[in-house]
Design a protein around this ligand. Sequence first.
Ligand code: HEC
Ligand code: HEC
Ligand code: HEC
Ligand code: HEC
Ligand code: HEC
Length: 192
Amino acid sequence: MRAAYHHKAVLGAVVGLLLAFFLASSLAAGQAPQQGAPNNPEPPPAPVQPIPFNHKAHMAAGLTCDSCHTNANNAVLMTFPTAAGCMKCHATLAANTSPIQKLKQYYDSKKPIPWLRVYKVLPGTGFSHHTHLTAGMQCITCHGQVSDMTAMREVKSTTSMGGCIDCHRLHKAPTTCVTCHKAWGPGMVVAK
Ligand code: HEC
Ligand code: HEC
Ligand code: HEC
Ligand code: HEC
Ligand code: HEC
């Protein structure tokens, strides 16, 4: 009997210590309580973009996200800036560098710049920026510290089902399958 009590006490102490260690280590790492999409444990490398675009340099120049990404008309998308938008500055700024020469070629040809996508949900899964921005979610919660990024990478698990559901539980947002897989409603048309 005494041995059993003893074991319980030891077990209690071990659990307590583990908890204290866990709390201390997460505080030490400066982790705020989970707010949004979890960090991507192994972010894939940044794709090689048609023009090497640097968010950090542009944010340091005093731009804001909505100088280039606008969510007009309650839209699903944030959209990318046009070459004409870039040329407002780069018609003169760094105009002789090779990336800006390439930018000018896209501008002159009137073709959109074929940016490679970094965050992309599986087609058929319903995601709307407008819904989330209206609910008070911020760019940083889902895309990380963009103003420190020299090359855009998928640092957050934003497009995985686990990433969506974690945050929905946290904010008591709906988690039934058809919330996100609308096509699976009555009729069960599987998303392509
Ligand atoms: C950072 C937290 C967060 C992440 C990440 C997130 N959501 Fe949400 N989502 C919310 C919140 C908050 C709402 C608003 C709930 C409300 O207004 O009742 C919402 C609402 C929605 C709605 C509308 C639900 C309804 O019927 O009102 C859909 C659809 C949705 N999210 C899909 C997704 C998908 C798909 C993903 C992942 C690709 C995702 N969400 C990732 C927080 C998040
Ligand atoms: C000067 C224009 C400019 C500004 C300002 C800017 N961006 Fe971007 N953003 C771009 C361009 C161009 C791309 C495409 C190239 C790339 O991925 O780096 C992009 C790509 C992205 C992507 C990747 C989207 C995808 O799925 O491919 C995210 C997320 C993003 N920006 C978020 C932000 C946030 C958040 C801010 C503010 C902190 C911001 N951007 C400010 C021009 C801008
Ligand atoms: C409001 C003005 C402004 C806009 C709009 C703007 N940029 Fe820039 N860009 C800058 C500044 C400032 C720098 C930094 C110059 C430096 O660090 O020497 C820069 C630097 C660059 C460079 C590096 C040039 C070099 O020296 O090699 C590239 C590439 C670039 N921008 C691409 C873009 C693209 C693509 C867009 C549109 C998506 C864009 N910029 C929109 C102001 C702007
Ligand atoms: C709740 C999470 C969430 C928030 C908040 C959020 N995004 Fe996104 N973002 C996503 C997801 C998920 C995708 C992929 C959507 C898809 O593939 O249709 C995405 C894609 C993008 C894209 C590329 C596709 C497009 O919509 O044009 C850009 C650019 C972007 N986000 C910028 C931003 C900016 C800027 C903000 C802040 C104003 C922001 N995002 C806030 C989750 C979020
Ligand atoms: C909050 C949004 C959300 C909810 C709720 C949700 N899913 Fe998903 N689901 C996603 C996203 C986003 C993906 C795409 C993940 C990726 O690309 O890695 C996905 C992918 C899937 C896939 C893989 C599809 C394929 O074609 O590979 C299956 C299966 C799935 N979900 C089943 C379910 C079921 C069953 C439920 C209900 C129990 C559910 N999901 C609820 C967002 C959601």
